[in-house]
Write a protein that binds this ligand. Sequence first.
Ligand code: HEM
Length: 71
Amino acid sequence: MACHAKDTKVVGPAFKDIAAKYAGDATATDKLIAKVKKGGSGAWGSVPMPPNAQLSDADAKALVTWILKMK
Ligand code: HEM
């Protein structure tokens, strides 16, 4: 919550911008679940997202599904 917000970029991209970027990409959910758990950089800029390894697969999937529905 310190790094993302729905409508504005904070450290990471706005959730609604993530949803717009991957709209229509059928592989996005699986790709983003892996990215949220492992962390990484390069999709939005050089600032990395740290790993969120404590998340279960089910929780990561619920979060990514929720993010991708934002408009
Ligand atoms: C469980 C918590 C989090 C979720 C669900 C989440 C979700 C996401 C998603 C879906 C993306 C897009 C990745 C892509 O397009 O490849 C992203 C990117 C990013 N997030 Fe997070 N995030 C979380 C925590 C954090 C935290 C704690 C930080 C900061 C310390 C952060 C910083 C970033 C940054 C900098 C990016 C851009 C990475 C890039 O350019 O590839 N995120 N996040």
